[in-house]
Design a binder for this molecule. Structure first.
Ligand code: SF4
Ligand code: SF4
Ligand code: SF4
Length: 354
């Protein structure tokens, strides 16, 4: 990479060869609208919403794929660029249901945001609109391709992030849409239901079924958490409303998983609110008695007393501890420390050892 200088909207900024106009603009605090662009995906210049005017270029260029060169003069807000952007948005909205009142993504939809920014209430282009059936047998997410803007974020996420390629763009022209081989249900495809396509979709075309009717995006509070299913330690956000989890959202700066998730973390959290879940300790107050609810003090006192009795009667090696990769490092550390320092044995093992 070689250091160069470019001018964006009259501001002289330094850049590196190989960087795109969009990258340099973002680094300089200049926002260029995008739809198909996602920072975790390779740019493809599909939507043309990021068109900018570059001095010396005969046509407008997509900022997400066009690379800067020494002395380049870029205008992101010129009348020509803004009018082309509005035209592209109107074309997209000419085949869109404008269903924002009841759409699950309202308030979190990049198309809605841009329509607002450019003051587009309806498209001036009349014509046939798609009327795709909105049904899919899979239990995890809805596919409403009437709201699809053909940005290909979903197909790229499936290929580039998850490496599965369960979906790709089908057909051509007006019939183009993302879908599985032979255009079947997701449940009959190679889909692993990681939900990365749902995560990156900029509109309401892909929506988790768990969130249907549960509230508007701005009502949710995001709480960062670490997945409790396995030892990888993936982090993500729980979107919470009134003390209930509504859905999950990728945490792109998570050190172990960089935003990626599997089906368990993405969709498998409903056990948290399951009525069968134990929320209080249970103990047997008599030798053959039934399990009864107890306080934590009562339960911990009983465990301490019985472990002490066993150690006194049978010796330290009568005790052994099996810990779990589903626990945190800190919990596993405490478990082995307790076994060695309190129970006096090295009988420590772990399900992930082999
Ligand atoms: S996908 Fe976006 S623009 Fe389309 S109906 Fe839903 S909120 Fe509105
Ligand atoms: S389903 Fe969503 S992510 Fe996929 S192409 Fe359509 S709008 Fe883009
Ligand atoms: S859920 Fe995951 S595997 Fe399935 S289509 Fe989406 S990205 Fe691909």
């Amino acid at each position: 990479m070689v250091a160069i200088n470019v001018t964006i909207d009259g501001k002289r900024v330094s850049a590196q060869t190989g960087q795109t106009v969009l990258e340099v603009a973002e680094r300089s605090g200049i926002k260029i609208p995008t739809l198909c662009h996602h920072p975790a995906l390779a740019p493809i210049g599909a939507c043309r919403v990021c068109l900018v005017e570059i001095v010396g270029q005969r046509t407008l260029q997509p900022a997400c794929t066009f690379q800067v060169t020494e002395g380049m003069e870029i205008h992101t807000r010129s009348a020509k660029a803004e009018s082309a952007r509005k035209f592209v948005l109107e074309l997209i909205l000419s085949d869109h249901p404008l269903d924002c009142m009841t759409c699950e993504m309202a308030g979190h939809c990049e198309l809605q945001d841009l329509a607002y920014q450019y003051g587009i209430k309806e498209s001036r282009f009349a014509g046939v609109q798609h009327e795709y059936a909105v049904t899919d047998a899979n239990p995890f997410y809805e596919r409403d391709y009437n709201k699809c803007i053909l940005c290909r974020r979903c197909t790229r996420a499936c290929a580039e992030l998850n490496g599965v390629e369960a979906i790709s763009m089908l057909w051509r022209g007006f019939d183009s849409k993302p879908g599985t081989a032979f255009d079947g249900d997701m449940a009959d495809s190679t889909c692993e239901f990681c939900g990365m396509c749902v995560e990156v979709c900029p509109t309401g075309a892909l929506v988790p079924k768990q969130r249907a009717g549960k509230g508007r995006e701005w009502e949710f509070t995001q709480v960062a958490t670490t997945c409790s299913y396995c030892g990888v330690g993936c982090q993500f956000y729980l979107d919470v409303k009134d003390g209930k989890i509504i859905k999950t959202t990728s945490k792109w700066d998570a050190p172990a998983n960089h935003g990626l998730m599997c089906v368990k973390g993405r969709f498998g959290w409903d056990y948290v609110h399951h009525p069968d879940r134990l929320t209080t300790p249970l103990i047997r107050r008599t030798k053959d008695g039934e399990l009864e609810e107890a306080t934590w003090d009562e339960a911990l006192d009983l465990v301490a007393k019985r472990l002490g009795e066993i150690k006194a009667q049978y010796g330290s090696d009568a005790f052994g501890c099996l810990s779990s990769a589903k626990c945190t490092n800190e919990e596993n550390y405490v478990m082995q420390k307790f076994t060695r320092a309190v129970m006096g044995t090295n009988n420590v093992d772990h399900c992930a050892r082999l």
